[in-house]
Design a protein around this ligand. Structure first.
Ligand SMILES: [Ca+2]
Ligand SMILES: [Ca+2]
Length: 171
């Protein structure tokens, strides 16, 4: 009789183990990427558009950084800033608003702003092709996100830098 029960006992042990693993997975912390998501999130830096870098505005404006409102409320970005790893700094103009789920593109160079696109307004590129750090600050100067990248293709993010292609850093 005890021999006949053995397979069932083994099955129960296996079932118990499966339930235990499932419950452990349920309380596992969220993925690193989800953890850094903020109501205002740097999505990507298009740091090196394809082709040679020419010193002209139509090329500067191909380069951009994108931020997204991942929250549920419209954000007013007046006074928020974006900085590179050097002295470059962009201040969001008074009255800049971003609706939930919407993305705002900030292009290097000069151009006419719209509700979805802003321009840094400088006669230069902003984002270094060989690596840089994009930092986003609130209007009170609080660091909201820091996104460091190396140039070239890096298929996996590390603690020090995000995933990149030859054109784009995924923050
Ligand atoms: Ca991000
Ligand atoms: Ca660049």
């Amino acid at each position: 009789m005890s021999l006949a029960l053995a397979p069932r006992a083994r099955f129960l042990v296996a079932l118990l183990a499966a339930v235990l693993v499932a419950s452990l997975l349920a309380i596992a912390p969220p993925a690193a990427d989800a953890a850094v998501k903020k109501p205002l999130d740097i999505v990507k830096v298009y740091y090196d558009p394809p082709g040679k870098d020419h010193s002209k505005n139509s090329d500067y404006t191909k380069e951009y950084i994108q931020v997204k409102n991942t929250g549920k409320k419209t954000l007013t970005l007046t006074g928020y800033t974006i900085r590179d790893n050097g002295p470059q700094k962009f201040t969001f103009p008074k009255g800049t608003k971003l609706k939930p789920g919407k993305t705002l593109t900030l292009r290097s160079g000069k151009g006419k702003s719209s509700s979805s696109t802003l321009y840094w307004g400088k006669s230069s590129y902003i984002w270094n092709n060989t690596g840089d750090t994009a930092r986003l600050y609130s209007n009170k100067g609080k660091l909201l996100e820091s996104c460091a990248y190396k140039g070239g293709t890096h298929k996996k993010a590390t603690k020090k830098s995000v995933r990149t292609t030859t054109t784009t850093a995924f923050c």
